[in-house]
Structure formats: C-alpha cells, structure tokens
Design a protein around this ligand. Structure first.
Ligand SMILES: [Fe+2]
Ligand SMILES: [Fe+2]
Length: 231
C-alpha cells in the first residue's frame, strides 16, 4: 500500500501561489494530500491512474531505464531551446542551468541502475512526447510559447510521477531517490512557464497553458502499452 508522507514539503508548496483558476475534477477527492497540493501548482489537469502504477509493478526495471533516457532528453530539450533563443539572455542562462541539472540527474539514474545491476540500454520511447510536440504551433513567437509550455508540462508530469513513486514504492532507496528529484523538476516547470512570458502576454500564456494541459491530460489518459515514465 502506498504510504503518505507529507512532512517533507518542498519550498514551492510553502511559498508558491496557486493559479487563479484551479481545475478540479472528479478524482480530486481521491488524491493524497501532497498530490492535492502539487497538481494545481504544476498546472496539470489530471493525476496518474492506477493503470500506470500497475505498469510500475510489472515493469519497474524498464521504467527506471526509461527514466535515465528522460533525464537525457530533458537536457536535450533545454539545449535546443538555448540554441533557438540564445538572444534571450534570461532564457539562455536558465537553459544552461537546466542542461547541467538534467545531465546530473542522468548520472544519478545511471548510478542507481548500476547499483542494482540493471544494464542501461536503448528503448523505444512512448508516444507521449511526440503527441505533445505535434501540438506546437509553427510560427514564432507562438512556437516559442508552445515549446516552453510543453517542456514545462513534461517536467510537471515527471514531477507528479516522481511524487507517485515516492509514495507508492515500498523500496526505501527508490522512494528516497524520487523524493530527492521531485523538487528540481517542479522548479523546472516553473522556469519554463515563467520564460514563456518573454514571448506572449500573461493572458495568452495562461490560456495556452490551460489548453495544452487539457491536451496533456488526454494524452496521458490514453496511455501507452510500453511501460515508460510517461506511459
Ligand atoms: Fe531531471
Ligand atoms: Fe527537469
């Protein structure tokens, strides 16, 4: 049974401010206290279902390998944004920090795999990232807004799933591992959403984030038969 530990509240839950419109849905009553707080902070419109936790139970090693790939891809996304919008100095500095942090996470997951004797290998990705990237508009500056918000939503979903894993797995090392990564991914989400405001006004960013979060919830609800961090 999952255990609920809410004593380790990260800074953004204490100091953060919820968005003006906090989407509520029918499963809100079933959320653990920490996820009830986290989900609106992360702009997400859904919480991972038991279907994904069943994949965790059946394919934990594969999901851990996929997690390493996710950290590597997160560094790549930030590097691509740095190259595309290098004249935005705030963005360039923030992306540099995220690249560094994601590569450090990549090494942490590789170390975890090595300690457990799990060989790192290539994996086919789930359809999640591709489906989200299909939503990105083609023209600038809308393209920049969407790329940043999609990156932010992927960070948010990672964060939500890390929180789920932290509370769900009985393996103490894994639980602490995911508890330790949770805060930085939430911070990355906030950074991407903040940077989107360099390219559009507040109302436009808020409306687009809400729409993209709606699409993301639909994509994650469809799921993927491949057991992945975002399946
Ligand atoms: Fe990360
Ligand atoms: Fe991240």
């Amino acid at each position: 049974m999952p255990s609920q530990r809410i004593g380790m509240m990260p800074w953004f839950l204490v100091a953060g401010k919820p968005p003006l419109s906090m989407p509520l849905d029918t499963d809100s009553a079933n959320l653990s206290p920490i996820l009830w707080c986290v989900r609106p902070m992360l702009s997400l419109q859904s919480t991972s279902s038991d279907r994904w936790l069943a994949q965790v139970d059946a394919h934990l090693e594969e999901i851990l390998i996929d997690h390493a790939h996710c950290e590597k891809k997160a560094a790549g996304v930030a590097m691509n944004l740095l190259f595309s919008y290098v004249d935005h100095v705030d963005l360039a500095r923030s992306m540099t920090e995220i690249v560094t942090e994601e590569l450090a996470h990549f090494h942490l997951v590789l170390d975890l795999l090595q300690r457990r004797g799990i060989p790192f290998r290539k994996l086919c990705p789930s359809s999640y990232g591709q489906r989200l990237h299909e939503l990105v508009r083609k023209q600038e500056p809308e393209r920049a807004v969407d790329r940043l918000l999609v990156a932010g939503l992927i960070e948010a979903r990672s964060c939500e799933r890390f929180a789920q894993l932290r509370d769900y797995v009985s393996d103490r090392e894994l639980s602490e591992f995911y508890g330790g990564l949770f805060e930085s991914e939430a911070r990355h989400h906030s950074t991407y959403v903040r940077l989107a405001h360099d390219f559009a006004g507040e109302d436009a960013v808020r409306d687009r984030l809400h729409w993209l979060a709606d699409q993301e919830a639909a994509i994650i609800a469809r799921g993927d038969s491949l057991p992945r961090m975002h399946s």
